[in-house]
Write a protein that binds this ligand. Structure first.
Ligand code: URA
Length: 430
């Protein structure tokens, strides 16, 4: 059936509800190019301002899934469990997590993306490993899942193509932060991917899309409902993103830190979140009370990491690239660090060259920020707080400007929130 897109925009603009056939039509027509970018941008803005009800979100998601192919993991020896983070600063968790979960005979298909704006992309991080390649065919991916147990690769162009086009449009029209659009974007890709279980890491705080716990809970509930209705065992954790995760933000720097975690060391927040998410991913496929920490300590997770990197052409023993220029930022007074703002560090790392402003921009593998103190640590005036890394030193000035208000000090003790702020599962659904 043929509809008039202007009628749909008006309906949403005035707070109405789109009919299922209207949703199917507009997603298909936009993917084919019959609805223009300016029209879809107006509709996305109306959705951002007016919202969508549960039935509309479910249909919008289904229409985006139907715009492309569905993958099938049913031939694999092991069940599949996947993780998706809504994006944060220093969030390298996928790197140690995928091999760690694979240790326990669960296949981990991580179809990942590149960074846009202040949040880093998993593929950009792994591409700092000499030789590693992100693009695999579906057959290569399935073979690696069976033989190694974990794969982190680029989502092929066949998976939810409507989302690819719409996400790029939202990115340039101020319409990313709409809960119905974020939920349908993430879940259309995950449902089309065909994983049997999914753990969502919904970030909350200054460095995340969702700044408040209420907003993040609504996003988590929406995604858990979409996954559950599609037959995917879906759980969401709400986790803190006021402060960067770990002590690094930037591609090669984050790979180095991930390898430290796989070697049984690394910053305690990265280790904790990796283990919490691993336990959730395992429990989601019926493996309860697994001692995941021991697989980090005894080298089993590292063995899978090495095989995973090699299977995609990378050399796990090759030295990671290092920036030609460094600049140290020092504490301006003595005291206890009470704030280290994730957004400021993300923007700083991005300005040093770790991220891209447009999706076709290159990134510097070496660029980023290394943190020497975190909230709760006592520092003395003049002590190094951060080291900035880049190959293009003319970038230091703008990065330092971004970091001007990143840090606060306190004279007394500082109370810190935990990493995990909440959990949403299929139980208690209305
Ligand atoms: N990640 C996605 O894949 N889509 C969104 O809309 C936001 C984050």
């Amino acid at each position: 059936m043929q509809f008039d897109v202007v009628d749909l925009i008006r309906t949403k603009r005035d707070g109405g509800t789109l009919a299922p056939e209207e949703i199917d039509w507009v997603i298909d027509a936009y993917t084919r190019g019959a609805v223009g970018d300016e029209q879809m941008a107006a509709l996305a803005m109306a959705i951002l301002l007016r919202g969508m009800d549960r039935a509309e979100i479910a249909r919008w998601t289904a229409a985006m899934i139907d715009s492309g192919e569905r993958m099938d993991f049913s031939s694999l020896r092991h069940p599949t469990s996947d993780k998706h983070s809504t994006g944060g600063v220093g969030d390298k968790i996928t790197l140690p997590l995928a091999p760690l979960v694979a240790v326990f005979d669960v296949a981990v298909p991580q179809l990942s993306g590149r960074g846009l704006g202040h949040t880093g992309g998993t593929l950009d991080k792994l591409e700092s490993i000499p030789g590693w390649r992100a693009a695999l065919t579906n057959e290569e991916m399935l073979r690696q899942l069976d033989e190694v147990g974990a794969v982190i690769c680029a989502a092929g162009s066949g998976l939810a193509p409507a989302d690819k086009k719409l996400y790029a449009l939202r990115d340039t029209t101020g319409t990313v932060e709409a809960i119905p659009l974020i939920a349908s974007s993430i879940m259309s890709k995950k449902i089309a991917e065909g994983t049997s279980a999914l753990v969502l890491d919904v970030k909350v705080g200054s460095g995340a899309f969702m700044k408040s716990l209420d907003q993040a809970t609504e996003l988590a509930r929406t995604m858990v409902d979409l996954g559950t209705d599609a037959g995917v065992h879906t759980v969401a954790l709400l986790t803190n993103m006021d402060t960067p995760l770990g002590l690094t933000a930037g591609n090669a720097l984050e790979v180095r830190e991930s390898v430290e975690v796989l070697a049984g060391g690394g910053p305690s927040d990265v280790v904790e979140l990796t283990c919490v998410l691993a336990r959730e991913m395992l429990a989601a496929v019926g493996k309860h009370d697994v001692d995941v920490e021991s697989a980090l300590r005894d080298g089993r997770a590292m063995d899978v990491w090495r095989r995973m990197i090699r299977a995609q052409g990378g050399d796990p023993d090759a030295p990671l690239p290092v920036a030609k220029h460094q600049e140290v930022v020092r504490a301006t007074r003595s005291g206890t660090l009470s704030k280290l703002d994730a957004m400021a560090v993300g923007v700083g790392a991005w300005r040093l060259g770790a991220g891209r402003a447009r999706k076709e921009d290159p990134v510097q593998a070496v660029a980023g920020i290394e943190l020497h103190a975190k909230p709760g640590d006592h520092v003395e005036q003049g002590q190094p707080l951060m080291t900035l890394h880049t190959d293009t030193p003319e970038r230091f000035e703008r990065a330092i400007t971004a970091l001007e208000d990143a840090v606060d000090y306190s004279d007394g003790p500082v109370e810190l929130p935990g990493i995990v702020l909440g959990r949403v599962d299929a139980q208690g659904r209305q």
